[in-house]
Design a protein around this ligand. Structure first.
Ligand SMILES: NC(=O)c1ccc[n+]([C@@H]2O[C@H](COP(=O)([O-])OP(=O)(O)OC[C@H]3O[C@@H](n4cnc5c(N)ncnc54)[C@H](O)[C@@H]3O)[C@@H](O)[C@H]2O)c1
Length: 366
């Protein structure tokens, strides 16, 4: 599939490296208004053609699919443009930037049933999501009652203003909106059909000279079936990162999820011991089992394996859906179910923590 990547930022280059390794894709073109970003991408991916204007690229190139790797505010614009041109779309997370965009994109995706729109919910292909699926398949998970999740894309060093080529999108982005990696996997521990229903959110504002909007944001969600989730999101706490963690209390035990391991506490295990202890399963250094036969060193060179291999699996699933006429592995509804809670959380934070009802476009129609 002739594939274009919209943007030449770090994420675009990482995905480009993987696209160029996967036999189902042919990396054809990339676009970015910033010459320095195009130059970096050209060094990494010289086989691609490069455009300053995304519009010109979509006009001139003959393509099958696009990957939208711009900052979040442009995800919808380019996903819509690509769908209108008859292209399959791998849309980056967060799927949209506003509720209005969610309505427009949801309608556009359904107006093109012949095209695959997949939300690139990387976390759905990572070890944490795989561990959840394993626990569920073996009836070890239970139903979520209360969870505490955190995403700290933290800072390891004292903040110094950086001379970036392009201002980091995180600087002007409400961290609570970057929630898909954490709220997405938790959807799989919720009751069938459950959704995040209401949210109240507070931000810390700025406490030291780092220009990010809030140094930390905390959202508290209630789901339709009455589970509660507290979610900490931060791009600017002194913590090594990016780091994901979740502690999930279910109706039959407790599950702790970390980047590098899962820990499980099950009172049922007292059948085997007087006092059940926490069972810990460490994930291997590079544990992903590749369906295709890639040399591991090439995979590791492609952006550290692309989120521990998750990016390969997501792209493979995207190609499989397109080439074999399957349903989107992460359809628009799922992408929005994990994106919209953060958008309403940001609205709540703006109003000092007022409780907000989370809306979903498919319910508006009723
Ligand atoms: N799925 C994941 O795990 C994951 C991981 C990291 C980032 N992301 C997402 O990827 C996106 C990009 O992340 P990044 O860290 O590379 O961001 P970045 O801000 O460093 O780079 C974005 C690039 O987009 C370019 N751009 C802006 N407008 C454009 C346009 N009209 N056409 C083409 N390019 C344009 C910018 O010039 C910049 O080079 C973000 O939305 C982020 O949410 C997802």
């Amino acid at each position: 599939m002739k594939t274009a990547i919209i943007a030449c930022g770090p994420r675009a280059v990482q995905m480009g490296r993987i696209v160029s390794l996967l036999p189902d894709f042919k990396l054809t073109a990339m676009s970015d208004p910033h010459p320095a970003r195009r130059e970096i991408a050209f060094k990494a991916l010289p086989e691609s053609r490069f455009y300053e204007s995304t519009e010109e690229m979509l006009e001139k190139e003959s393509l099958d699919a696009v990957l939208v790797e711009t900052p979040p505010a442009q995800h919808t614009k380019y996903s819509l443009m690509a769908l209108e041109k008859g292209l399959h779309v791998l849309g980056e997370i967060p799927a949209v930037d506003t509720y209005e965009e969610a309505v427009t994109l949801w309608k556009a995706v359904h107006a093109h049933p012949e095209l695959v729109y997949m939300c690139d919910a990387t976390a759905n292909y990572g070890m944490i999501a795989r561990a959840i699926a394993f626990l569920k398949n073996h009836d070890l998970a239970g139903k979520m009652v209360y969870a505490e999740a955190e995403y700290t894309h933290g800072m390891e060093r004292t903040f110094r203003p950086q001379k970036n080529i392009v201002e980091d999108w995180r600087a002007s982005y409400s961290a609570c909106k970057y929630c898909t990696h954490d709220l997405g996997p938790l959807l799989d521990l919720m009751e069938e059909g459950d959704l995040y229903d209401t949210v109240a959110c507070m931000g810390t504002g700025r406490h030291f000279p780092c220009r990010w909007q809030d140094h930390a944001m905390v959202s508290i969600y209630r789901t339709r079936k009455n589970a509660v989730v507290r979610f900490l999101a931060s791009f600017a706490l002194y913590k090594s990162g990016p780091y994901h963690a979740a502690r999930v209390f279910t109706d039959s035990g407790m599950i702790e999820l970390y980047n590098e391991k899962v820990r499980l506490f099950k009172p049922d295990f007292s059948e085997f011991c007087e006092k059940p202890e926490i069972v810990e399963i460490p994930f291997g250094h590079f544990p992903m089992r590749f369906a295709l036969d890639f040399p591991v060193e090439k995979v590791l060179a492609a952006g550290g394996g692309g989120h521990g291999g998750a990016d390969f699996y997501a792209l493979e699933a995207f190609a499989d859906a397109i080439l074999n006429g399957k349903k989107s592995p992460c359809p628009i509804e799922k992408g929005l179910a994990m994106t919209l809670p953060g958008i309403f959380a940001a609205e709540s934070a703006k109003e000092g923590g007022v409780l907000k009802k989370i809306l979903y476009p498919w319910e508006e129609e009723k």
